[in-house]
Write a protein that binds this ligand. Structure first.
Ligand code: PEP
Ligand code: MN
Length: 378
């Protein structure tokens, strides 16, 4: 697996990889020096396409013989950065994925509410029950917390995984977004998921503090069992964050969501971080990845605007109206007692209004988008 991809041959929609013509194409490609191929099935919103990646010294490989195959839609030479996650000037489509029955793509929309940190069994159960009552299938639940101070609560760690997974499964939560801060956490999560009989699924979260922890990124990218939610680095450029994210993809794992969570600068005051959700469409244009927003870590408080809406609601709306595909948001049954990030947590009573507000804005986004994209044939 892995290795830099230099050419992507996009096959026509619904062409199966085992067709003799595809086999001939692969054999032709592999006849050029050290070139080897990888086949990737890309599930788009309306169609599924197979892409053949050519890896190795592909400078000698001409594109014309491949363009002549009836099964080929186009041949895209990868010349720019973001080889694995990039759009290459629009040459390749977005990549969505399905994990544990949930589809995540540049077209999908899910709200992912939950505990910043799991701090007790009781709070986890109360949280999951409330989510289940509102049909939420994707939740956040932190067990390994990267805290600014070593004296702060570091999360319950691997010990809580068995009951967190069991409770999530009992409340029909399909995916938990869970941060890892060390590669050993991957094995701990996988082992606990197996012990739970795969009661739920885990999307491995890379926190902003680890956005350039390249060894961790490689480890997360080399396993393909669990998808990855990669958070933008808080004090680096978008370009640096996308390059870091490329470490995950180049390891072989292409099931990645890119998450915006605000940037650290005093210019963002009075918010905890400077809200960067104007970058949602930019990241969707530059990469093939679904884009998540985290309004809680962006705003960092329960500040209320004079119009009656919390800043977290306003900022969520700004990301959703820009086309965000996932919203990671902190809730807590008793924020005053929360051991991590209580001040920014929404209350369980606010959950229905929050979900409704997000749905209103998502609907407005889809209406705007439909008006801008002329129907096929026009
Ligand atoms: C989190 O989501 O719990 C978290 C620590 O966020 P960030 O890495 O964006 O600070
Ligand atoms: Mn937090």
């Amino acid at each position: 697996m892995g290795g830099p991809v230099d050419v992507i041959i996009v096959l026509k929609a619904d062409i199966e990889a085992d067709r003799p013509e595809v086999q001939r194409l692969v054999a032709l490609a592999e006849g050029y020096g050290d070139v080897r191929t990888e086949l990737h099935r890309i599930q788009g919103a309306t169609r599924s396409v197979t892409e053949v990646y050519l890896i190795g010294h592909t400078g000698v490989v001409p594109t014309e013989p491949f363009e002549e195959f009836a099964c080929v839609e186009k041949v895209v030479r990868i010349t720019e950065k973001y080889r694995a996650i990039g759009r290459h000037g629009g040459g390749v489509d977005a990549v969505g994925f399905e994990y544990n029955g949930v589809r995540i793509s540049q077209e999908s929309f899910h709200v992912c509410p939950g505990l910043c940190a799991v701090d007790s069994r009781e709070n986890a159960e109360t949280m999951f029950r409330a989510l289940a009552e509102h049909g939420v299938e994707v939740a956040r639940a932190g067990a390994f917390k990267p805290r600014t101070s070593p004296y702060d609560f570091q999360g319950l760690g691997a010990d809580c995984l068995p009951w967190v997974f069991e409770l999530a499964g009992r409340h029909a939560i399909k995916i938990l977004s869970m941060e890892v801060t060390h590669e050993s956490h991957l094995e701990q999560i996988q082992a606990a998921l197996a012990d739970s009989g795969q009661a739920t699924g885990v999307m491995v979260q890379i926190g902003t503090r680890n956005a350039q922890n390249f060894e961790l990124l490689k480890a997360v990218g080399q396993q393909t069992e669990l998808p990855v939610l990669f958070k933008r680095g808080m004090g680096i450029t978008l370009e640096e964050s996308l390059n870091a994210c490329e470490y995950v993809a180049s390891g072989g794992n292409r099931r990645i969501v890119f998450c915006l969570r605000g940037m650290k600068t005093n210019l963002g005051d009075p918010h905890r971080n400077f809200v960067d959700f104007a970058h949602v469409p930019a990241v969707k244009r530059m990469t093939r990845l679904p884009v998540c927003i985290d309004p809680s870590h962006s705003v960092g408080s329960r500040a209320l605007a004079p119009d009656g809406l919390l800043d977290v609601f306003h900022v969520t709306a700004q990301g959703v109206i820009a086309g965000a595909n996932l919203v990671l948001v902190d809730f807590h049954p008793q924020p005053a007692q929360a051991l991590c990030d209580g001040p920014q947590a929404l209350l369980l009573e606010e959950l229905p209004r929050y979900l409704e507000d997000a749905a209103i804005v998502r609907e407005a986004y889809t209406q705007r988008q439909r008006r801008c994209v002329p129907p096929a044939g026009e």
